[in-house]
Design a protein around this ligand. Structure first.
Ligand code: SAH
Length: 238
């Protein structure tokens, strides 16, 4: 059993089939190959790609229903080279995935990757979350909206929660001392129609580094003026 499977077991997540294991290998190869020509990741050690990108991404599954129903929809905001969305799609092929990324170079990589891995039901959107979250087919439709390493919680909630349907959620991947970040996000949560559901710690024996998922339930519709224009959420956090 490989280290990735070993850690998945510790997280209580399903083990990988041979097809899924091959998809992760190919993902790593494509990532490191494209990374020579564009800035996709600072992590280039193959074992670290497995733990710090793949496994870390899969921790979001701790906030997903078990089993994950067919057609369960996930929106990954500021996905960069596909994290956490693409690892989730590999591990849970039944989900419908939307990848939101403002940099066209990165979405070119994502289009190539989705083909190379033969993934179905993945939509790639090149643009700012502030604008895409107002589009009828994207606003308030997803079961889960997530993001890793894009902004502080109160900013990130304005960029994620508008994508979630009422009854769905936003799941923020956070590291270190997040108590203060969560406290500062209180008014953003309320204004955007959220309700803090839990701060779920990632077990350190599966992945060290004091990681947690901030799970915010979408309790009411988000007022139509949010998200505000590109750049404003970060400049004037709620
Ligand atoms: N989630 C990935 C990438 C993090 S870097 C990971 O964890 O590895 C942040 C990414 O978000 C960058 O690729 C950047 O282009 C994108 N991004 C930042 N703000 C954005 C916005 N408002 N809308 C869409 N993409 C955004």
């Amino acid at each position: 059993m490989g280290p990735l499977s070993d850690s998945l077991l510790k997280l209580g997540l399903p083990l990988l089939t041979p097809i899924q294991a091959r998809q992760f290998t190919r993902y790593r190869e494509e990532l490191l190959s494209w990374n020579k020509h564009m800035n996709l990741t600072a992590i280039t050690d193959p074992a670290e790609v497995e733990s710090l990108h793949f496994l870390d991404s899969l921790t979001v599954a701790l906030a997903m229903p078990d089993p994950v129903p067919p057609g369960y929809s996930v929106c990954d905001v500021g996905t960069g080279a596909g994290f956490p969305g693409v690892p989730l799609k590999i591990a849970f092929p039944q989900i419908r995935l939307a990848l939101v990324e403002s940099t066209a170079k990165r979405t070119a990589f994502l289009s190539h990757l989705v083909q190379a891995l033969d993934l179905a039901d993945v939509a790639i959107h090149t643009g700012r979350a502030e604008e895409l979250a107002h589009q009828p087919g994207l606003r308030e439709v997803f079961d889960l909206a997530t993001a890793r390493a894009v902004a502080e919680a109160r900013v990130l909630l304005e960029l994620t929660l508008p994508f979630s349907r009422v009854g769905g959620c936003a799941v923020l991947m956070k590291k270190g001392n997040i108590a203060q970040e969560v406290a500062e996000a209180g008014s953003a949560i309320a204004v955007l129609g959220g309700r803090l559901e839990e701060v779920r710690r990632v077990p350190a024996e599966a992945l060290p580094g004091d990681r947690a998922l901030v799970v915010v339930e979408k309790a009411w519709p988000t007022p139509s003026r949010y998200p505000r224009r590109p750049g404003i959420p970060a400049k004037r956090p709620l």
